[in-house]
Design a binder for this molecule. Structure first.
Ligand SMILES: Nc1nc2c(ncn2[C@@H]2O[C@H](COP(=O)(O)OP(=O)(O)OP(=O)(O)O)[C@@H](O)[C@H]2O)c(=O)[nH]1
Length: 200
């Protein structure tokens, strides 16, 4: 393991098909934008290092498929996620209405109750159907972070991931490993009986 890396974080990208999850991922990891991006089948995965407040962090970014027919396996991908990016498209009202369902699914399958969530209104380069105020109100109601982005123009993309990672790092219970000192040693012939509490 690279000692300069503080930790590796698992981040999930969630939201309706076509909102731009894959484009956000590729803009962030490769600084590219593909107009004819293919639909995600099952799940896509990419790694990227990021430095936040002088801490080097490795990100494992999981891009889940928005289309219903590819979603049978997705509950498994929520496991151990420390951060979630919930994406809607500001030019598509339906994708914003659906966000309630996506956040409910995340709450149902997430194994970390204090997972950090960020609501992202993408495609701000397009004509709006959802106002910034509506996005902020949704995020406030669900106690999530909020940002608007354009994967096409890059606006807000890096800041979205940086803010999410900063909040996770400021929540050590999400990523710090338990201390080894609490491990009970088994099969130690020299240990006194009263020190041996394990039942193995
Ligand atoms: N104008 C504009 N188009 C975007 C933006 N982000 C994504 N798109 C376009 O939206 C379409 C869908 O983008 P994807 O990234 O494939 O969407 P997705 O959410 O990953 O979709 P699924 O894989 O089906 O879940 C593509 O044609 C992209 O080029 C953006 O910020 N602005």
């Amino acid at each position: 393991m690279d000692p300069s890396v503080l930790t590796t974080l698992k981040i999930l990208l969630i939201g309706q098909s076509g909102v731009g999850k894959s484009c956000l991922l590729y803009r962030f990891t490769d600084d590219t934008f593909n107009v004819d991006n293919a639909v995600t089948i099952g799940v896509d995965f990419k790694m990227r290092k990021i430095t936040v407040d002088n801490n080097n962090i490795k990100l494992a970014l999981w891009d889940t498929a928005g289309q219903e027919r590819f979603r049978t396996l997705t509950p498994n991908y929520y496991r151990d996620g420390q951060g979630a990016v919930l994406v809607y498209d500001v030019s598509n009202r339906d994708s914003f209405t659906c966000l309630e369902t996506w956040i409910n699914e995340l709450n149902m399958y997430s194994t970390k109750p204090n997972i950090i969530k960020m609501v992202v209104g993408n495609k701000i380069d397009q004509e709006r159907r959802v106002s910034r105020e509506e996005g902020i109100a949704f995020a406030r109601r669900h106690q999530t972070l909020f940002i608007e982005t354009s994967a096409k123009t890059k606006e807000g993309v890096h800041m979205a991931f940086e803010e999410l990672v900063r909040k996770i790092i400021n929540t050590p219970s999400l990523w710090e490993k338990p201390e080894d000192v609490n491990v009970v040693r088994c099969n130690n012939e020299n240990s006194a009986p009263e020190q041996s509490y394990c039942s193995c």
